[in-house]
Design a protein around this ligand. Sequence first.
Ligand SMILES: Cc1ncc(COP(=O)(O)O)c(C=O)c1O
Length: 399
Amino acid sequence: MKLSSKIQRCGLSPMRQFYPREMAARARGVRVYHLNIGQPDVETPRAFFDAVGGFDAPVVAYPPAPGEERYVEALQTYYAGLGCSLEKEDILATFGGSEALEIAMACILDEGDEVLVPEPFYPNYTTFINVTGGRIRPIPTSAEEGYRFVSRERIEPLINQRTRAILVTTPGNPTGVVLSSEEMRLLADIAKERDLFLISDEVYREIVYTGEKATMLAYSDAAENVVIIDSVSKRFSTTGARVGALISRNRELMGQAMKWAQGRLCITALDQIGAARMYETLGEEYFASVREEYRARKDATVVALAKIPGVRFTSPEGAFYLMATLPVDDTEKLQYFLLDEFQDRGETMMYAPGAGFYDDPEQGRNKIRLACVRNAAELTRAVELLGIGIEAYNRKSEK
Ligand SMILES: Cc1ncc(COP(=O)(O)O)c(C=O)c1O
């Protein structure tokens, strides 16, 4: 039977594709350090479990399609703290940032429409854009330029009649780039002038090492253009809760998004209650402590990586990832080698190969993304394993 060309244009996640080989390595008794997936080991706040455990209604009923009132109100208060006043109609509760992306693309894109995305990009953007029939048009960036991309010269020549949106991630996954206020201003100006949606994926908003946390919503003169992707996943280390939000002051867009929301009825009731409680009870003190933990992890990773000969990278300004260029021919092959043939004192490591972060996989062939989501000691050891593994792999390839 025929399957859709839209889904066939999507790929498997580079973060998850090595799972069977990892299982085989573990079955051989090898300990595997996971730097491949953005799954933090920072504990989920007690507030979440207390709220869910305290649920005492006789029926777990469908919440309203746009979201539990308490969750939406908690988000309004959180955004007021960022200096952004939002009406309830500006917020739609979603299954994580992932569904917010999916809904945004479904509402904006027709077959053949294009979204400008700085490259390298979060690989699942490909899925959300391709299943609507849309296409990513990459905004090229380079390690040498610290992956920065915001200038009229770089962006405007890529805009054509099929361009519908610019999608940016700040703080960035996988590059760790945090957009400055000047860069945000210019993006908002371009979006306004060219009548484009400006989708700003801010799921890592609190994790910034340089400067203040920020949101594109602050550029209220571009209110019709700006769409925010948000989530509790990384903010409160609750990736399994699946609670996020699509946020925009563009009422026409939100009106259309409501069709999707009503079609899928609602998102989970208990997770929204837990999410609301976290927003109600945790603030700057909590965010600062988590940020400092990630800073220590990022610093440990950077120090360890700098010891590996031939590795090039830029230290991230935010989020908990970094892109590195390795002195190998193919980082997918290296990953198979690390899982199938290599171990050092019974240990090996995993990363996400760079190919999946590029529209043209060849560009990422010698790159990797590391997720700094373990404690500093584990990260140091994992990166040490990477260095030993690179040496062993290159020795074997030379034979
Ligand atoms: C940049 C970015 N956007 C969106 C998501 C989706 O997150 P979730 O659906 O868990 O909120 C992720 C997850 O890793 C991400 O890195």
